[in-house]
Design a protein around this ligand. Structure first.
Ligand SMILES: [Zn+2]
Length: 342
């Protein structure tokens, strides 16, 4: 079979093409990657698991670790296309050579363009006509006179504008074309390079069945960010008090994360009768949460008193924070029964 001895396999791992790999050495290589994942590759740093998928996704840092371990030497071929309106696309081919033998192990391709929506668009932020600060304009609270305010805590100048003032209301809103597209050239170049490098690494290691290859629209940074967002969203859900708060957490999640959290979210929001966190006694909640709960209970009790019809009562009750529903159930039942008797 293979004329290579074990030590040479150990040393080079990926053997020159005139020698075929034995089943054993292929197995060894897979084991080596798996060992690397266990010992020095960290989840969310070198690879990640995207909600809704079961295969880990290889990140740039992970591709670099594998390249180091298997002695890959990458070279890149860059192809740049100028597109209309200052847009640009990079197509990159990554050639992976073996450092010791100099042989070509694999080619990987990756492209990226400023027309991808995350570079093409940005979220328009309102600009203060007085101090030119961007993103400091907020809707003033009614009890402080309403209107628009250039908010000091967002670095604003405290200027106030009427709610109908067109210097504010006519400013573009939502998704707008990024006016500084040239600022993204470097990012897009790096992204294309990264995609090519990961593609080449996966084929050189024959590791596509260990790592999922395609992130489709999700790039590496987004994936890492998603993992962090998911953690913080889970924390928020754990301590969120009201249905409204839960809904806000949920709304702010990207669709990829939403699918991962959907079950958890539904379990909490659909559990009108027995909300899972309702059973936790107030005392076991963190102190600030507990005091908010008891404050909210008072408000809820008051609105139960004010409810006139049964429908109103149900509506009031439905709007209650989840934990509180359980605690005010007695009042609710009593009141509902008294309506029944009328
Ligand atoms: Zn201002």
């Amino acid at each position: 079979m293979s004329p290579l001895n074990d030590s040479l396999i150990e040393q080079t791992a990926i053997v020159p093409q005139e020698y075929e790999l034995s089943v054993e050495s292929v197995h060894k290589q897979i084991q080596k990657i798996q060992q690397a994942m266990k010992s020095f590759m960290k989840k969310d740093e070198h690879y990640g698991i995207i909600p809704g998928t079961h295969k880990p996704t290889l990140y740039k840092a992970g591709a670099e670790k594998l390249a180091f371990m298997f002695k890959f030497a990458p070279t890149y071929e860059i192809n740049r296309s100028e597109l209309k309106e200052g847009h640009r696309e990079y197509e990159i081919t990554c050639h992976l050579l073996h450092q010791v033998t100099g042989r070509l192990l694999s080619d990987g391709v990756g492209s990226c363009s400023t027309l991808e929506s995350k570079y093409r668009y940005r979220q328009a932020k309102m600009r203060c006509p007085m101090c030119s600060k961007e993103g400091s304009i907020i809707k003033g609270k009614l009890e402080f006179g309403g209107g628009w305010v250039c908010y000091r805590q967002k670095g604003g100048c405290n200027a106030k504008f009427a709610i109908t003032d067109t210097v504010i209301t006519l400013q573009p809103k939502g998704k707008i074309e990024n006016p500084d597209i040239a600022d993204s050239y470097n990012t897009v170049l790096k992204m294309a390079k990264k995609r090519a490098q990961i593609d080449a690494t996966l084929s050189a290691c024959a590791a596509s069945d260990i790592f999922g290859q395609d992130l489709e629209d999700t790039d590496v940074e987004t994936t890492i960010q998603n993992a962090k967002d998911l953690q913080s969203a889970e924390d928020k859900i754990k301590y969120s008090l009201s249905r409204v708060e839960l809904e806000n957490v949920y709304k702010n999640l990207s669709s990829a994360l939403r699918s991962g959290l959907q079950k958890q979210y539904q379990a909490k929001t659909n559990s009108f009768g027995t909300p899972p966190i309702a059973s936790a006694p107030t005392a076991s909640l963190p102190a600030p949460v507990a005091s908010k709960v008891s404050h909210d209970i008072d408000i809820c009790k008051a609105s139960i008193e004010k409810a006139i019809t049964q429908d109103e009562l149900v509506k009031v009750f439905s709007a209650f924070p989840l934990q509180i529903k359980d605690q005010v159930r007695e009042e609710f039942v009593k009141k509902a029964q008294s309506f029944k008797g009328e």
